[in-house]
Design a protein around this ligand. Structure first.
Ligand code: NAI
Length: 453
């Protein structure tokens, strides 16, 4: 499951051979380690000339809440600084011509971006009520961001935060999203625009343990992405219930022991699965705050060869079970303290994939489900969001024939597959109390997969 090509082309000889032959040279991704800094160098905050919003963002990053360990600057000094990140504040653009000054300033520092560096834009959503010029400027930011992400190299990424009408720069989720995008936790998130739609959410007492005191349930946690999610939520402070089918009981128990959580053997398609999950979490841990719907199956077949069993089993596990469990959660008084639902979608549910009409129906379904469920939780400061992984190194993808796998791995801006932990980091971010202003949306963890990006 390892990607030897990435190590090869980052070694001395391999690098020069790859360069001579014009082969892809994926960079080494900067991933989370306990004492790693938020950014691999100083953070430059750019904006339109005389932008007060850029000043506000710089102050936010310098505040105790924002990460006082950061070296934040408002101007490039013209020296040999290797920038850890550049934050481009474009929330006040009202005409496409306003984009020129900050983008050309960014152009001047891009070659000084450290490996694993970050570019993060902050902008406002284009709305139907905007004047054509305002809408053009705002929508233009999306085009810039998606193009720039395709240009960056050496494991650097570009992502954007978009404020919709209900949010402002002071919303806790703006700072939380900014920290997530700057940090190694977003290693495989690239070319994405994440909308902050409200001022809900609270900054944690500790950014290292944002889930302290929270109880989380992760389905399909005996292996793969689910096990990585359970470990990451536990690392971030949560007490975790891991759920999987009885046949996976042994590995499920091993994951539970490793993270000092509890194991619940359960087929999530059981009619009383929701009640069983709530009862277990409340009786063993005193509450339930986060549910991660990760369990999922594939039964690929061209539609022309599809059978009822293949269609129905995928829909039953991947979407119907989630809908039924959510109904129980929404009706439960236990699930009312700023609860979080995070569901695993897939890029197949966005862009489609040959042989996966059943799977894409379920994963597209997940996206529709969180969009409709989010507002139902807003009264209790709750959220429902989805994470859509692209190509991730797991047992499932290691079974793909070598040549197909090799092509699929490189078809994204980071030219490599993600790891289960990359998906887990995005889930943990959306599950955190500070992400309360991000609701009903989908965050892709796909390295800006070229398919449907
Ligand atoms: P996996 O097959 O390694 O693990 C899935 C787990 O879910 C297994 O432990 C399985 O026993 C459990 N499970 C299946 N049916 C269940 C049921 N009825 N009740 C309880 N548990 C059940 O899968 P992987 O690769 O870790 O994927 C996890 C999630 O991420 C899935 O929803 C998948 O669709 C999604 N995903 C994975 C991608 C990848 O590249 N691996 C890409 C996009 C999405």
């Amino acid at each position: 499951m390892s990607d030897t090509y990435v190590s090869l082309v980052n070694g001395g000889l391999g690098r020069s051979v790859a360069t001579k032959l014009g082969l892809p040279r994926p960079g080494v991704l900067r991933r989370h380690t306990p004492d790693a800094p938020l950014a691999p160098g100083p953070v430059l905050v750019l904006g339109t000339p005389a932008s007060t919003e850029a000043d506000a963002v710089a102050q936010l990053l310098l505040s105790a809440d924002g990460g006082s360990d950061l070296d934040v600057r408002r101007a490039a000094a013209g020296d040999a600084t290797r920038w850890g990140a550049v934050v481009v504040v474009l929330s006040d653009v009202v005409h496409p011509s306003d984009l020129a000054a900050p983008m050309l300033e960014l152009s001047g520092v891009l070659r000084s971006l450290a490996p694993g560096g970050r570019v993060v834009t902050i902008s406002r959503a284009a709305a139907a009520s905007d004047s054509p010029a305002v809408a053009a400027a705002r929508q233009g930011v999306d085009g810039i961001l998606r193009s720039l992400a395709k240009e960056l190299r050496a494991g650097s990424t570009a992502n954007g935060i978009v404020l919709s009408d209900g949010a402002d720069l002071g919303a806790p989720s703006v700072l939380a999203a900014l920290r997530f995008f700057l940090s190694p936790r977003s290693a495989f998130v690239d070319g994405q625009l994440l909308t902050v739609s409200s001022t809900a959410g609270t900054a944690p007492a500790s950014w290292d343990r944002p889930l302290d005191g929270r109880v989380a349930v992760v389905t399909g946690a005996a292996r793969g992405i689910g096990a990585a999610i359970a470990r990451t939520l536990a690392r971030d402070g949560a007490r975790v219930v891991v759920v999987d089918v009885p046949a996976a009981g042994e590995s499920l128990a091993a994951v539970a022991n490793e993270i000092r959580g509890t194991a619940l053997q359960l087929d999530i398609t059981a009619a009383d699965a929701g009640a069983t999950i709530i009862d277990h979490a409340v009786s063993r841990h005193g509450g339930l705050d986060v549910v991660v719907h990760n369990a999922g199956i594939t039964r690929d077949k061209l539609l022309a060869n599809m059978t009822p069993a293949l269609w129905e089993s995928v829909l039953a596990v991947n979407i119907s079970a989630q809908l039924a469990i959510n109904e129980a959660l929404l009706a439960s008084p236990a699930f009312t303290h700023a609860p979080r639902i995070v569901s695993l979608a897939s890029t197949s549910g966005i862009a489609g994939n040959r042989g996966q009409t059943n799977y894409a129906a379920s994963k597209g379904g997940v996206i529709g489900m969180v969009r409709a469920t989010g507002p139902l939780l807003a009264d209790v400061d709750g959220t429902a969001n989805a994470v859509a992984p692209g190509f991730i190194e797991t047992e499932m993808t290691s079974r793909i024939p070598f040549a197909t796998r090799e092509v699929a791995r490189r078809l994204n801006s980071l030219q490599q597959a993600g790891l289960p932990v990359d998906v887990a980091e995005a889930v943990a971010f959306l599950a955190s109390p500070a992400a309360g202003g991000i609701n009903g949306t989908v965050l892709r963890v796909c390295g800006q997969n070229l398919v449907g990006a």
